[in-house]
Design a protein around this ligand. Sequence first.
Ligand SMILES: Cc1ncc(COP(=O)(O)O)c(C=O)c1O
Length: 427
Amino acid sequence: MSSCVPVIAEARPDMDFRKDNCMTYDVQELRREFPAINQTLEGKPLIYLDSACTTVICQAAIDAQLRYYTQFPGCVGRADHRFGSLATEGWNEARVKIADFLSAESPSYVVITKNTTEGVNLVANSFPFDDGDCVLLSDFEHNSNTLPWLALKARGKIVLSFVKTHEDSSFDLEAFSKLLETKKPRLVSLLHKSNLTGVEFPIKKIIEMAHEHGALVMLDAAQSPLTSKLDVQELDCDFLAFSSHKAIGPSGVGVLYGKPELLEKLSNFLVGGGTARWISKTKGPIFTDLPTRLEAGLQNCPGVMGLAAALNFLESIGQDNISAHIISLNEYCSSRLVEVPGLSILGPQEPSKRGVILSFRIDGVDSRTFAKRLNDEANVMVRAGKNCVHYWFSTRGGDDVIRASFGPYNTIEECEVFCQAVEAMAG
Ligand SMILES: Cc1ncc(COP(=O)(O)O)c(C=O)c1O
């Protein structure tokens, strides 16, 4: 190994996919950086259209993890020997990168979690709610931003209220305003971008309105980092959670950002190694400072280094460029699929309002069977079902959907294969 630095950030310093004054990039060149995307089965390419579920990991993130395992597989923050020191250095560097990615004031405000789900659970279970506090959600949340609050409600701690979204799943600011007045929530917990329709909630406005009414805001940003620059200071959000695996990084790593005065208020949801400085026989435990106080046990060190490398790589492509590319793919597919008899697209009809998502149903067709046929007969991988938005389905009804979702590495040729397959199978 060269000198002694873990170099998580040096993944591909030579790469810069951005082009001056240009909103696109060379997709074929980019695809070389995603090994899983370039496979064939029985002579036909495998086409992955399920990036809203999990993105394909980039080579830079694979390399960063490999570097940890092959060069310094030590224990972060505990061992002073060579492996331990290098691992700690890599871990600290990674946290700095993540904070920088979010424009957080300090790396100390970034808590490492397993995923978005853990971030929401951490806040739900450790924020000092008073009995009877109201938490406000939308009716369009992912189960990961519904179940933790339902569990807290079931324990009698909070009351829950839901903002009903418009028919096309866009956010209803008027209904929200009324609920802020009448329910006086302590905290509002909302998605930024929906995994079912791709609709984006007006979070800047939502946060302003909530703060005017004295409510805190937790953002479920699971679907955001791939196509949006997240600036927690500019947004002024109180908590924000996202997952590495939806941002071309490794699985099993997530991030919870919190304003420092609020993170301070979180009790220790999980305790153990790394969370205590000392356990006094008489006075009990003396806990470590933030953020390690909230990160019990040995964490996914290679995963965090992989995430940092992925974020570097993501920024080298540019989220605006990714968004523009994906919307052009969504426009192409949407304009073709609306012509299919009996096919209806869920959510706003303009593809630009749906971002990476194209969810649809076909009259008289079972969505899961259809998705299975796309996989088996055309090598096209899409998702089908209720996509973990169960509360919305239970209140509005409706059958399962077929969801295609695009990533930075998808091509127009892949979209053509997908459209032709849908047209043939639906006909
Ligand atoms: C909007 C949204 N929130 C939360 C989650 C949960 O993410 P994770 O499983 O990584 O915790 C997802 C995953 O699909 C999501 O799309």
